[in-house]
Design a protein around this ligand. Sequence first.
Ligand SMILES: NC(=O)c1ccc[n+]([C@@H]2O[C@H](COP(=O)([O-])OP(=O)(O)OC[C@H]3O[C@@H](n4cnc5c(N)ncnc54)[C@H](OP(=O)(O)O)[C@@H]3O)[C@@H](O)[C@H]2O)c1
Length: 320
Amino acid sequence: VTSDKNAATVLGAGLMGSALVRCLLSRGFKVTVWNRSPEKAVALEAHGAKAAASIDQALSASDLIVVCLAGYHALRAALQPAKAGRLQGRTVVQFSSGIPEEAHQTSTWAETRGAKYLEGAIMAYPRQVGDPRSPILVSGPEAAYEEVRGHLSNFGNLFYLGEAISAANAYDNALLSYNYGCVFAYFQALAFLMAEGVGVEGFGRLVGDFQPVVQDSIELSEAAILKGDYGGAEATLSTHLAALMRSLRSRAATAPTSLRCKTISTISSRRWMRAMVTRSWPRCLRPFERLTCRPLDPQSTASNRDRSGAELETRKRPSL
Ligand SMILES: NC(=O)c1ccc[n+]([C@@H]2O[C@H](COP(=O)([O-])OP(=O)(O)OC[C@H]3O[C@@H](n4cnc5c(N)ncnc54)[C@H](OP(=O)(O)O)[C@@H]3O)[C@@H](O)[C@H]2O)c1
């Protein structure tokens, strides 16, 4: 274990790994970088990094090991040749994307080798690394998090999600799923306008202006779902369904692959949905229970978070 708290090792000099390296260098850290194809690590020497000649050299250089590789398989492949004991006392922060099962397995794997292990997710593009608005998610043992949060906060707006190791990974996948849903909804909205023959220029900006209404709807939904209280909304389900059915009557709705048409006809044909038209919109979470094949209990999620003693919190980036 080294004693230099100003040192960090980054495993991975791909697009995102390189951005993490450049960010840490710009904030005055001593950065050692390792990459499977050495030339990418060597290229970062021009920015002040030290390219490690071997994985052993990379792991010995710093207590903090930041990992940003193509996936968990790449982390295992990278660390396989390392000498026994090289991870002892190190704090590994794994930013490679994956699924929660991999987070659990890799945490056990790293801890049996004496490492402190945190999961992370970067919810931004490489050029946004270091921007204080970029969400950076972290989960895992709180003591380990406290030791390295000063380093990690340089990457963006740090959200500590609690001790459950898979939380960062699960939130990452949840946010990306939300993102892709939004992007497809945007494409569908464009198709709707084009089918009507009206211009689409400036629509993207209008979507942005509409965003606070959508965000408000999301936050009201979260509150309703957590409380299990689906009454007293701003608009009842029957109002929303009428709006959805109106858009079905238009010319654009004739597109047979329309995701929204399918969604609308599916939810509006459900008998339980017709029985709930006076309830509020978030009651539509119910069909997702069928997709996940398990009851969705927001209260149990909330109490798990309480048990881990970790409320979702935004930590401000310390001034440098
Ligand atoms: N780019 C983004 O916008 C973005 C945003 C958020 C999160 N992420 C996540 O960040 C991670 C890295 O993404 P990236 O954009 O940097 O990808 P990338 O440019 O394709 O880099 C992939 C990295 O993984 C390494 N790698 C792949 N297979 C390996 C193996 N078997 N053994 C050892 N190293 C291996 C590559 O090494 P070589 O150079 O030798 O191929 C390279 O360092 C991914 O998990 C990604 O999901 C990316």
